[in-house]
Design a protein around this ligand. Sequence first.
Ligand SMILES: Nc1ncnc2c1ncn2[C@@H]1O[C@H](COP(=O)(O)OP(=O)(O)OP(=O)(O)O)[C@@H](O)[C@H]1O
Ligand SMILES: [Mg+2]
Length: 510
Amino acid sequence: MEHNAAIEMRGITKRFGQVVANDSIDLTIRRGEILALLGENGSGKTTLMNMLSGIYQPDEGEIYKEGNRIYIHSPREAFEYGIGMIHQHYKLIEVFSAAENIILGLNEEKMDLKETGARVKEICSRYGFDVDPAKKVYDMSVSQKQTVEIIKVLYRGADVLILDEPTAVLTPQETQKLFRILRNMKDDGKAIVIITHKLHEVMEVSDKVAVLRKGRYIGTVNTAETNPQALTDMMVGHAVSLNIDRPKYDDPKKKLIVEGLTCIDDEGITKLDSVSFTAYTGEILGVAGISGSGQKELLEAITGLYPVKSGSVRFIDDSGKEIELVGKSPMKIRQTGVGMAFVPEDRLGMGLVGSMGMTGNMLLRSWKAGKGALIRRREPEALAGRILEELEVVTPGVDYPVRRLSGGNVQKVLVGREISSEPAVLMTAYAVRGLDINTSYTIYNLLTEQKMKGVAVIYVGEDLDVLLELADRIVVLCGGQVAGIADARTATKEEIGLMMTQFTAKEDGR
Ligand SMILES: Nc1ncnc2c1ncn2[C@@H]1O[C@H](COP(=O)(O)OP(=O)(O)OP(=O)(O)O)[C@@H](O)[C@H]1O
Ligand SMILES: [Mg+2]
């Protein structure tokens, strides 16, 4: 038994049919330490942790808690061993309060909510959470919901906490808050595992990094003795370049003119307030903003999916003719010959049909494009095969349901399909969310390739470092307004950050 080891996993193997998700993995998780678990999409991180959270049982191997062999058959048993996992998709009940959710399933429902509230408050002040036990979940932000999930786990007495990509949905500020809490928990002697694809977060918050590659355990290194490049090489198994090329396109032309675009939602709230900008061919136009600043509505309004109150969106065709898009449905826009492609945030809702394979999803797009039902299957099948090969999609086959693929592979299928439609305007929302670093760079390169083909690329992103490296210009949204348009070659992160909060700074008191 190693010193300080809270959990030891030895020789853990887990198979799903033919897939060996975990191949004889050894991993030690220590008290008073934050361990980052790193690996490409599909390398087996979630599977490995789910064997600690009681969701899966290993086919082979042993698990020890404080030196004693344990068998975890269910999430409830995991709790009994003091292991709690915060999954990516929260399992809270919307109509219940924070306190009600926290005691849910504990056979303590009849317990005094005041007493729970008091204990929740105690946990909060101990670790620095800030949550109102009486607040209903439906009134909470994503970050607050996550907080409730963490408190729920602590309330059950967990001393081993596993967080699966907790920062994927957080703003940079919320991430900082979470990291402060994790450090407090670590100082309190808890063992913490965090899964994240963001290497700067790994460098910032972890003490050690364990790396998986294709289901195998590669090794654990001290964070202080490594760097993002070395970690990437370990993860991928060979040297990877972490530079984004930003070539200049020779002959940019106006492609999309957005003018005074205003959108109001069902409840009368202004989502976009007189937004104006022009997107050029051969340009990646970045869109930055704290989440909920109108990014989603902007892309949806341009594609005809969100109702527009006033303003215009004009597409300029090759002959220089302006085509008004406002008031047209997505289908009508396509029929008008406007080549627009959209990679939405919700990949398996608005993007792909999860139950269908790659071929089916290709077929869907060509059908949507109005080519008619007569389309033969050969064409989509060939396209699916090409995307599989060129983007190195990991799937048992082109007819395997896409929802069973790992997040990164789903995104490759979607981006591949959209690019293959040879659009004039390509819009992406959070294109690399949840993707490993290597796949993210594949996507950046693909977008840059499109730009150099003369496509007008609109890239909504959350990582300012990437926006500043990838984009040519950056439109900064704040509260549904354009706070500014920056030259990405000269702007700094601080300038963009300031613009992002310019209209909200006052009410936030910051
Ligand atoms: N329930 C399941 N049924 C079949 N295959 C599965 C299942 N869960 C995971 N897999 C497969 O096991 C492998 C490891 O998946 P896992 O989700 O653990 O990867 P990951 O490292 O968490 O990836 P990501 O970074 O994309 O979240 C993948 O090939 C995946 O497709
Ligand atoms: Mg995962």
